[in-house]
Design a protein around this ligand. Structure first.
Ligand SMILES: Nc1ncnc2c1ncn2[C@@H]1O[C@H](COP(=O)(O)OP(=O)(O)OP(=O)(O)O)[C@@H](O)[C@H]1O
Ligand SMILES: [Mg+2]
Length: 468
């Protein structure tokens, strides 16, 4: 995997900047060293000159009077040790005999690095000529000093620079990180928007305040979504056409079989075969309807047809449709409807949802049983419960029954698609469906929760109709 954009951009900024800081810091260090050397060397030379001034003749002999001021100028808090030496060609006039002279002296003064007692020192050798009866006597003055104060000076000159540069580097890192986090936010939001979409949501991505670099990506995604949408629309159209094409001959078949059954019974075997054909054709009609409904639900965008739908009316209509079947089986079918049962969605699909649940309850409950469809409002949720006192569904099967073509009982006719359709419709309306045992562990309660209609939905509907 590629390292994160943040890490890569940080490297792009940091590596050159760090190299630059390193380079300027080492240059600053050299400059500080040079300055410190210059200052210290000048002090050494001044001291050597002062000592040299005080060499003179006394009774025909050269003597050196060590002026205290000559070495006092080196007193420093760094505990430097100072050495000096005054010598003619053949005689030591004063100071430390151990102080080495420069190895090569081509012209005075000479600055050089040497050691004394193993300790590094910086020294200057300065020469002065004294005259006596026309002869010149060279006198060499050497002053040396340990390096502590020079190092301290380098540090004092260099450290503020280093601190400034390090602060700049830290600031650059912080700014890059903050800037990136802030600037990447629209991208992260875009990612969340795309990730949080419903599987069949085919609306274009709308992002306000998008960087110009991201705009083409969003446009490309939106073009892709538009193609998918077109494809989904074609598929929906195909399903609708197929439904129409299939239903017509099936209805015709049923009418023909019905007609044949009503004729004078001929042969009991033929009559039996006819009623078999009739049962099969009815199953085929049911199966076709359920299959087409499932295909429609699966290919539909969830936002399609977001109209206010009154669940009270939907439940009443579904019960009315199933009343005959309930009567046939001696089932007491009832409704309990509350107030404020508007939800946002598609009336036909919600009708199919209720019809499937009530149909199950009526179909699987024993004769003489009781089935109730109750709908009520709780805060922002409309809750529909279809309660029966039938055999219920064992806990281990309660998830499986939502699978397509899963059938619990084979003694009753069915296609095994009903609950798969119910769950799809509930989800496409941003709702849920759950199954649980009924009161006193008898029967089944199917509970559907749907978000209630809000004024905001009206605005969204108007907008989507405008854009469509
Ligand atoms: N109210 C209920 N009581 C007992 N069992 C139920 C009930 N509702 C569903 N079931 C069980 O769940 C299974 C799946 O139900 P589903 O509605 O998905 O399919 P179906 O009823 O068999 O076929 P379809 O509804 O497509 O005609 C059923 O076969 C049945 O065994
Ligand atoms: Mg069913």
């Amino acid at each position: 995997m590629m390292p994160s954009l943040r890490a890569r951009l940080l490297l792009w900024v940091l590596l050159p900047l760090a190299a630059f800081v390193f380079l300027t810091a080492s240059q600053a260090y050299e400059a500080a060293r040079e300055t410190a050397s210059l200052v210290q060397d000048n002090a050494l030379l001044a001291s050597a000159r002062t000592i040299g001034e005080d060499v003179g003749w006394q009774d025909g002999v050269l003597v050196s009077d060590m002026p205290p001021a000559a070495l006092e100028m080196f007193e420093s808090p760094y505990g430097d040790r100072v050495f000096y030496k005054v010598a003619t060609v053949d005689r030591l006039l004063g100071g430390s005999p151990d102080l080495p002279l420069p190895q090569r002296a081509t012209g005075f003064p000479v600055f050089y690095d040497t050691t004394i007692d193993g300790e590094p020192i910086r020294a200057v050798a300065y020469q002065r000529h004294l005259y006596d009866s026309g002869r010149a006597y060279p006198v060499t003055v050497v002053v040396g000093k340990t390096e502590a104060s020079r190092e301290a000076m380098v540090r004092t000159l260099w450290r503020p620079q280093l601190i400034r540069q390090a602060t700049m580097l830290a600031l650059a890192v912080a700014l890059v990180l903050i800037g990136l986090t802030k600037e990447l936010r629209p991208l992260m939001k875009l990612k969340d928007d795309v990730a949080d979409r419903e599987p069949m949501e085919l609306e274009p991505i709308r992002v306000a305040h998008l960087h110009s670099e991201l705009r083409p990506i969003v446009d490309a995604i939106n073009r892709c979504i538009a193609r998918l949408k077109l494809h989904a629309a074609r598929q929906r159209q195909f399903i609708a056409d197929a439904a129409h094409q299939l239903r017509t001959p099936l209805t015709l078949l049923e009418t023909q079989v019905q007609y044949a059954c009503q004729r004078e019974p001929v042969d009991p075997a033929v009559a039996e075969a006819l009623s078999g054909i009739r049962r099969t054709s009815r199953n085929m009609i049911d199966m076709t309807n359920q299959l087409l409904l499932l295909a429609q639900v699966e290919s539909d965008a969830p936002a399609a047809a977001q109209q206010p739908v009154d669940m009270a009316a939907v439940v009443s209509a579904a019960l009315e449709e199933l009343l005959a079947a309930a009567l046939r089986r001696g089932i007491d079918l009832g409704a309990e409807l509350g107030e404020g049962l508007l939800v946002a969605g598609n009336e036909n699909l919600l009708g199919a949802l209720v019809a499937n649940l009530v149909d199950n309850a009526v179909r699987y409950t024993q004769e003489g049983g009781r089935v109730t469809a109750a709908c009520r409002r709780e805060d922002d949720t409309v809750i529909l419960e279809v309660i029966d006192n039938g055999p219920g569904i064992p806990a281990e099967n309660r998830e499986h029954v939502f699978e397509r073509f899963y059938r619990g009982r084979t003694d009753v006719e069915g296609t095994g698609l009903g609950l798969a359709i119910v769950r799809h419709i509930a989800q496409s309306h941003r709702g849920t469906v759950t199954l649980a045992p009924g009161p006193a562990r008898v029967g089944l309660v199917a509970t559907v929760r749907l978000p209630a209609w809000r004024e905001a939905d009206a605005a969204a509907t108007a907008e989507s109709e405008e854009s469509a």
